[in-house]
Design a protein around this ligand. Structure first.
Ligand code: F6P
Length: 326
């Protein structure tokens, strides 16, 4: 029998569509299990500033379909200090909050791991980031919605690219990871996909584009993850444009549009599953773990492992790109 009576929930780091569905699932999962639940505003900063209030079933009505996060998000510098974390713990004690659910990405879990080591408070993480770069889960909340946003945008760009026989470099998010670029590139029929995990061979890309662009003369789309070591879409487009003045080159940076919008059905279901699973894990006396999905089943991964291991891109998907863009 767990001794937990009151759970705090927060969202931290870059927001992702489906975070609201996850908050809803945590809140209702708590109430279902007769636990009190507090919503903490602006991530870890709200813990330090004591910005939290009790949530009820109706507090999360009508939010499953909305993007952003009703709890707001932040990247807290103060939480990186011992002093900040001490204040956060004192506030939790004063409020009677005896466990935490944190929704976010690797930065969020790094903070949780340190906090959970310093203080006796059980913490469970829920992966929420459009980057899908967390080890220990096949999918992070928000990834599927962002994928669909990118594909919709690339389809539109393809129309105009074809009309003008242009070569487009389209930059998608992914500071350290190419999951979004790879999958959206395959789904939108990109001719080439540049990801941070694989060193870009400019000569190879150049001769490939030369063949493709010259051969078809209709359009070419290269998807570039923002973290690719070649320096993003603008840099590579400049270089290609300089080497081939005969190409009609354009750049589109999709930017934060990828983080917004109503979550897809897939993300809503993942968020609902993981929100309830996080509460169940706390009641099962689990701590310092992330709940995730592996082959559609809920799995637990210690923060240490989730942070230490790098999730690998699927080699079969990488190979697909080579086969399909001939
Ligand atoms: O964490 C997801 C992410 O979308 C990264 O891919 C991107 O580099 C980053 O957020 C940008 O976030 P912000 O604009 O909030 O600093």
């Amino acid at each position: 029998m767990s001794s937990i009576k009151c759970v705090g929930v927060l969202t931290s780091g870059g927001d992702a569509p489906g975070m609201n569905a996850a908050i809803r699932a945590v809140v209702r999962g708590c109430i279902y299990n007769n636990l009190k639940v507090f919503g903490i505003k602006k991530g870890y900063q709200g813990l330090i500033n004591d910005e939290m209030e009790e949530m009820f079933s109706k507090s999360v009505s009508n939010i499953i379909q909305t993007g952003g996060t009703i709890l707001k998000s932040a990247r807290s510098m103060d939480f990186k200090t011992e002093e900040g974390r001490k204040k956060a713990y004192e506030n939790l004690q004063n409020r009677g909050v005896d466990a935490l659910v944190v929704i976010g990405g690797d930065g969020t879990f790094t903070g949780a791991r340190i906090f959970g080591q310093e203080y006796d408070i059980p913490i469970v993480g829920i992966p929420g980031t459009i980057d899908n770069d967390l080890y220990g889960t096949d999918y992070t909340i928000g990834y599927d919605t962002a994928l669909n946003t990118v594909v919709e945008a690339v389809d539109k760009i393809r129309d105009t690219a074809t009309a003008h026989s242009r070569l487009f470099f389209i930059e998608v998010m992914g500071r350290d990871a190419g999951f979004l670029a790879l999958r959206s590139g395959i789904a939108s029929g990109a001719e080439a996909i540049l990801v941070p995990e694989i060193k870009t061979d400019y000569t190879q890309l150049d001769s490939f584009l030369h063949n493709e662009y010259r051969k078809t003369k209709s359009s070419s789309i290269v998807l570039v993850a923002e973290g690719d070591e070649i320096g993003g879409a603008i840099k590579i487009a400049e270089r290609v444009g300089k080497d081939h003045p005969e190409y009609d080159v354009r750049v589109t940076i999709l930017g934060h549009i990828q983080r917004g919008g109503s979550p897809s059905a897939f993300d809503r279901v993942v968020a609902s599953q993981l929100g309830v699973a996080a509460v169940a894990a706390l009641l099962d006396d689990q701590r310092n773990i992330m709940v995730g999905l592996s082959e559609r089943k809920v799995v637990h991964t210690p923060f240490n492992q989730a942070l230490k291991n790098k999730k690998a891109l699927n080699p079969q998907l990488l190979e697909l790109t080579n086969i399909l863009s001939i």
